[in-house]
Write a protein that binds this ligand. Structure first.
Ligand code: SF4
Length: 486
């Protein structure tokens, strides 16, 4: 696609649909090309702070066992659980997840047996602390497991952990492999939120990313989820994929809106072929340019907001009565590895290959290597291979980054209440680095609240980076390998 095919406001320059162009320009705050170019650089998405490259392999199984021991004392506080199920039939070209393609079913069986051991060992370490307010299954494709296989995993969890009546139980599913029996099983086991990967409904785009998933199949799964009483249906899209144009993406979004999901994620495609080998199958010359990619996001922003959805954080949309929308309106939206949430427990326990947890103020990640994960867990150890104990400074910066990324504000009074110091006293001259965002109309400050403007939302990762204490050091050591911020 050529640059001049798309305006940054998401309209096609050659389109004869003048009405659409006008209405797009009225509602959307369009970033000029020079700002896109000025701020487009590698940067973290801040699903955690400190970010993964700062974690250390000095944090291992012993440190994690101690963290669980400390956490076990908070007997009445509920937990968040994350369980990673890494299996997929075949790897999609764009995918950056930790995925394992099993050549034999025995691989899945072995994994389930090992995961059950980890669940038991973790529950033992937590002693009587067993209440759960949030459980999320991610992957891979969790529904690659058959219903009997999934039953084994859920039995192991429910034998040791107790879900609160208000708990959110969520799972990522791939509509291509998820059957009605899966939905019935999940519903019976208390799951109430489902996230379906769609990416894009266009045939050519789907072929170019190695993931052919007919619209009818996705619709059938949405219908199954509703029939089975799921209270939340989320759909995940990606913009910036090969062969996407304003026309194709408009069609994808119109179809998505027609399915009326409660939430939609519209992720930016991070093209990192040197780090993610399977992305070499993507033809670089079929990718939209920076300007065109930004135009695609604006199409999503325009169409979703016109259809009654509210923008949540950087890249999500939700219906007005959704709890994320309500929380964001109150400045109370939060984020963890599972995405935006209102249900964040003080301790998040990760289980399964490559899973990440945050327990007793320390980040901990399991090995991403299948043989290592199986061997360590079967030997009765935790498979923790890296992590980081958060310092007081990390906690303060995490709060600021999370507040800016989730709620687009930083409330000075709230900051002082939490940390007994003013925002200015704490950050001092480092705040000078925010000046460029004020100058470019991305931030305002009324003396009480620092606010990200509509224009600034596009650049919120760049704004958050000002508060990242580690970034300059990381950059000095080697080029950053994060995805690009725009
Ligand atoms: S199905 Fe999902 S997790 Fe599996 S390879 Fe495709 S995108 Fe990745």
């Amino acid at each position: 696609m050529r640059d001049n095919d798309i305006n940054a406001n998401g309209t096609n320059a050659n389109s004869s649909n003048g009405a659409r162009k006008d209405s797009l320009e009225v509602k959307i705050v369009v970033a000029p090309l020079e700002l896109l170019e000025k701020y487009d650089r590698p940067g973290p998405r801040y699903t955690s702070y400190p970010t993964a490259p700062t974690w250390t392999d000095k944090y291992g199984p012993e440190s994690y066992a101690k963290a669980l021991e400390v956490a076990s004392k908070k007997t009445q506080e509920p937990l968040s659980l994350y369980v990673h199920l890494p299996f997929c039939e075949k790897r999609c070209y764009f995918c950056g997840c930790n995925v394992f393609i099993p050549r034999r079913r025995q691989h899945v069986t072995d994994y389930i047996e090992t995961l059950k051991l980890e669940i038991t060992k973790t529950a033992d370490a937590l002693k009587g602390r067993n209440k759960v307010q949030q459980l999320h299954f991610g992957g891979g494709t969790p529904t690659h497991l058959s219903v009997p296989e999934f039953t084994e995993v859920m039995d192991a969890i429910q034998e040791r952990f107790v879900f609160l009546d208000t708990a959110e139980l969520s799972i990522e599913v791939d509509p291509r492999v998820t059957t009605k029996a899966h939905f019935e099983f999940l519903s019976k086991r208390g799951f109430n939120r489902i996230s379906m990967g769609v990416q894009d409904f266009n045939d050519d785009v789907q072929k170019s990313i190695g993931r052919v998933q007919p619209y009818d199949r996705t619709k059938k799964c949405v219908d199954y989820a509703r029939e089975c009483g799921f209270k939340g249906v989320n759909l995940d899209l990606i913009y910036g994929l090969p062969k996407q144009t304003v026309e194709t993406f408009t069609d994808t979004i119109v179809k998505t809106i027609g399915l009326r999901p409660d939430r939609v994620a519209v992720y930016s495609f991070a093209f990192l072929p040197t780090r993610i080998g399977n992305q070499k199958l993507i033809k670089e010359d079929e990718l939209p340019s920076l300007h065109a990619k930004y135009g695609l996001f604006n199409v999503a922003l325009k169409l979703f907001t016109d259809s009654g959805y509210i923008q949540i954080g950087m890249d999500h949309f939700a219906l007005p009565d959704d709890e994320l929308t309500i929380a964001q309106g109150k400045g109370k939206l939060m984020r963890n590895f599972m995405g935006y949430t209102v249900n964040k427990a003080t301790d998040l326990v990760g289980m399964g290959i490559s899973s990440i947890g945050l327990v007793s103020g320390a980040l901990a990640q399991n090995s991403s290597d299948m043989n290592t994960y199986l061997a360590k867990t079967n030997a009765g150890e935790f498979a923790t291979v890296r992590g980081l104990r958060l310092s007081k400074d990390d906690v303060i910066r995490e709060y600021v980054i999370s507040s800016v990324m989730c709620n687009f504000i930083l409330d000075r009074a709230e900051f002082k209440k939490r940390f007994s110091i003013t925002y200015e006293e704490y950050f001092g001259s480092a705040l000078d680095d925010l000046q460029t965002f004020f100058d470019d109309g991305m931030l305002t400050d009324d003396g009480k609240v620092l606010q990200v403007t509509m224009l600034g939302r596009t650049f919120v990762r760049n704004i958050a980076m000002v508060f990242d204490e580690y970034l300059k050091k990381q950059e000095a050591e080697r080029p950053l390998t994060f995805s690009r911020t725009i």
